[in-house]
Design a protein around this ligand. Structure first.
Ligand SMILES: NC(=O)c1ccc[n+]([C@@H]2O[C@H](COP(=O)([O-])OP(=O)(O)OC[C@H]3O[C@@H](n4cnc5c(N)ncnc54)[C@H](OP(=O)(O)O)[C@@H]3O)[C@@H](O)[C@H]2O)c1
Length: 219
């Protein structure tokens, strides 16, 4: 697979660092984005320690990360989803956006709740415009195992505005050892984003950290 510059908006958080760590290990250049340059540098220092000094990881504010990247990844809490996208709308024009955000509404995070646009990733498309390329993915992958380097026992359903973008994201998932499936159009993301609330509920009920999903019946 080609190597990309991947800009992670909110890359200082748990999921952003987890994905950034795995993609850095796979040879991509990671641009950790934050609202604060200092916080971005602190996250880079953490990742460099995990990577034993290997890998290309840089820290900067979100807008710089988006302008400099080939592919943008969004990992902020849902409460900041729309406003973050509105603030980065110009910088995101023409970029593929991978939206990892789940529309969780605390404190009832085990209850599936969707915004009026249908899902978080449809909200992203509504903000960025009808020609934008948005892919919804990785919502079923919790950060613990990404950061610990252990095998991730869950698969990825990839929904998106176009087949080419979905295939690219499937490739990015496979590079970090995840089985990923083309789950169709962006409207289907409502199901995938909703699965996370169910998985959080299972984590609580069965006292585990990383309940996941698997597709069966396909050889
Ligand atoms: N955690 C998981 O295992 C997991 C799994 C699948 C999907 N997700 C989804 O991934 C997203 C991130 O989850 P997370 O656990 O990584 O979250 P997090 O650690 O709480 O936050 C991620 C980053 O978002 C930024 N942020 C926080 N509040 C913000 C605001 N009001 N405006 C703009 N940016 C803000 C912060 O970066 P700066 O302060 O540096 O700007 C923060 O480091 C969520 O939508 C979640 O549903 C998480």
């Amino acid at each position: 697979m080609d190597k990309y510059k991947i800009g992670i908006i909110g890359g200082t958080g748990r999921e952003g660092k987890g994905l950034g760590y795995r993609w850095a290990l796979a040879g991509h250049t990671i641009l950790i984005g934050s609202r604060s340059e200092e916080k971005a540098q602190a996250a880079v220092a953490e990742l460099k320690e995990l990577l034993h000094g290997e890998g290309e990881v840089f820290g900067m504010v979100n807008e710089q990360a988006v302008r400099a990247c080939d592919i943008a990844v969004l990992t902020v809490p849902f409460a900041a989803h729309k406003s973050t996208l509105e603030g980065l709308k110009d910088a995101l024009q023409g970029k593929l956006l991978i939206d990892v955000v789940v529309p969780l509404v605390p404190p009832k995070v085990t209850r599936v709740t969707m915004p009026e646009e249908g899902s978080a990733s449809q909200q992203a498309r509504a903000v960025l415009g009808p020609d934008s390329k948005v892919v919804a993915a990785f919502q079923t992958i919790s950060f613990e195992r990404l950061l610990s380097g252990e095998l991730v026992d869950s698969e990825v359903l990839v929904c998106g505005t176009d087949k080419e973008s979905r295939e690219l994201v499937i490739g990015l998932a496979e590079e970090i050892g995840l089985k990923a499936w083309d789950a169709g159009v962006i409207q289907n993301a409502v199901v995938v984003e909703g699965l996370t609330s169910i998985l959080i509920g299972l984590n609580i009920k069965y006292n585990v950290q990383s309940a996941g999903i698997r597709i069966t019946g396909i050889a």
